[in-house]
Design a protein around this ligand. Structure first.
Ligand code: ADE
Length: 238
């Protein structure tokens, strides 16, 4: 997979993209991620990328020209067509199913804005899909681009080093439900590591029993209970 990130602040993205699982996945060749500075594509003599809104109002709006040129030029770097994602609070809200869908694309282009938003002609003129990471407003799309890159790359085969963990965790369809063809998503069961007791809190005995069938059943039950308690909406409740 290839991910191109179009941003005014590549220097804010690079350290995140070079650390931990993402950094390792890039080094191992599971994914190619390239940041591009939208300002480099401005034809303005002062490399201007934003201007005052027509009709008045506060703040600045990102101009069409640098974004159109950046998207069209970067897309040509590789012959694989990109799924263009515009990061903004108005977009489709990201969830694990959406992430899994994005992870099936051979190429993503993440377009991060700043200031008060984009000139609206970016939306139709570039045939972008708008994506939001939640119902709050960030000062720019970079953090949202990092969230998407992280969530998608960790699903790439080999990225986590052990493919089971991407399947067993919160928001993935549990193996038992998958086998039954269900679409349920569950939160993760509680996990523990050494020591067996910490400040008077003991690890549940079942996990020390060595009985893997019973442990599996206990975990499935705990995952379901947690989901019912904390996120009944995931199970179709309210
Ligand atoms: N840019 C500003 N706020 C955002 C959000 N919630 N999601 C994605 N991009 C954004």
């Amino acid at each position: 997979m290839r991910i191109d990130i179009l941003t005014l602040f590549p220097e804010a993205c690079e350290p995140f993209l070079s650390a931990s699982i993402l950094g390792r996945a890039r080094q191992a060749g599971h994914v190619t991620i390239v940041c591009h500075n939208i300002r480099d594509y401005s034809t303005d003599p002062h490399k201007k990328v934003d201007d005052r809104p027509f009709g008045g109002g506060p703040g600045m709006v990102m101009m069409c020209q640098p974004i159109f040129d950046a998207v069209e030029t970067v897309e040509k770097i590789d012959s694989t067509p990109a799924r263009r994602l515009l990061l903004c609070p108005q977009g489709r809200k990201l969830d694990q199913r959406f992430v899994e869908d994005l992870a099936r694309s051979p190429r993503l282009m993440l377009i991060a804005g700043h200031y008060e938003g984009f000139d609206d002609r970016v939306r139709d003129g570039l045939a972008v899909e708008e994506v939001s990471i939640g119902d709050y407003v960030l000062s720019g799309g970079e953090a949202a681009a990092m969230v998407i890159a992280d969530a998608v790359v960790r699903l790439m085969p080999g990225a986590l080093g052990h493919d089971e963990s991407a399947v067993e965790e919160s928001f993935s369809v549990p193996a038992s439900a998958r086998d039954a063809g269900e679409q349920a998503v569950c939160l993760e069961y509680p996990q523990y590591t050494r020591p067996r007791e910490f400040r008077g809190m003991a690890v549940p005995d079942i996990l020390l029993s060595g009985d893997h069938a019973r442990i599996r059943a206990w975990r499935a039950e705990q995952a379901m209970k947690r989901t019912q308690d904390r996120r009944p909406d995931l199970l179709g409740g309210s």
